[in-house]
Design a protein around this ligand. Sequence first.
Ligand code: M6P
Ligand code: ZN
Length: 190
Amino acid sequence: MHHLKITGPQNQVNLENWQLSGKEVIASEKFISQLVNIFADEAARLNMDQQTLVYHVQAHLPVNEGIPGGLFFGTTVIQAGKVGKEYFMTRGHFHKNADRGEYYWGVGGKGMLILMDEQRNVWAEQMFPGSLHYIGSHIAHRVANVGSEPLIFGACWPSDAGHNYSEIDENGFNARLLEVDGEPVLTDIK
Ligand code: M6P
Ligand code: ZN
């Protein structure tokens, strides 16, 4: 009888904050200075400390981006805050291969997943620890932190999905999530 190899895992997830460690983990940060024309109130954004961290992403990329058949796994942390009346949020994107889907799930804090189809219809789902969100193909997705603590969410997406930011950079989403009387309201303000 031969003993075949048993090893520890190549990666770990901290189950408190879902930070990733191990091989092939990359990290990126988005500061307020980088989020040009993402929020409705560009003057308010320019008035803020440009070094303010809005969100950061860790991702486990075991294969090169664009390779079919693989999966990527990520954790995003969005700080609590607003630009004018609009909550801190991710840039949002369609997939470059638009027929690829994605899972998001809530880990910590209170969030809102904002979704938009290719006809520019917008709707939103509440995120909280344990919420699970299947994002179908051809749906743009963005997450806002609507609470007072960091919003943490997990994501899993195909390695050949890619990111298409151009539609959002040029035309934004067709709705904005604003704080009105202390509550998040999805408005048709562009
Ligand atoms: C999730 C995934 C990533 C994405 C990140 C931030 O972790 O969907 O692919 O990059 O959120 O979102 P965005 O790139 O839209 O700012
Ligand atoms: Zn995506």
